[in-house]
Design a protein. Structure first.
Length: 114
């Protein structure tokens, strides 16, 4: 692995904080590192497959967890797009337009207005 590769940068983001604690790297560490590395309000991580059901694995907060669930339930949103296209999808502000579905986001929108 080249030291300037994306994989190497991700490994450093995830491994360094975990090593300081002396713990094993887990899904929560990956999620937390992703949220800390870029200017976002939260991050989520899902296991996806073209042949079996996809599952949300982690969210850095309640809203991120709900967004992961919602995207997988609806089959659309930046997470699903990234999986289908095999590349990152940059979404500066979801504004819920990316994953809006009939009768599905009202509850989530109400929770974010707290």
């Amino acid at each position: 692995m080249r030291p300037d590769s994306r994989s190497a940068r991700i490994q450093v983001l995830v491994a360094e904080p975990t090593a300081l604690c002396g713990a094993r790297i887990g899904v929560v560490d990956v999620c937390t590192a992703a949220a800390a590395a870029v200017p976002v309000g939260g991050a989520g991580l899902s296991a996806m497959s073209r042949t079996v059901a996809s599952h949300p694995l982690c969210g850095t907060d309640d809203i991120s967890e709900q967004l992961e669930e919602l995207q997988l339930s609806l089959g659309k949103g930046p997470c699903v797009d990234a999986f289908l296209h095999g590349s990152a999808v940059l979404t500066p502000d979801l504004g819920f337009a990316e994953i809006r579905g009939k009768g599905t986001t009202g509850d989530l929108e109400a929770r974010t207005d707290r």
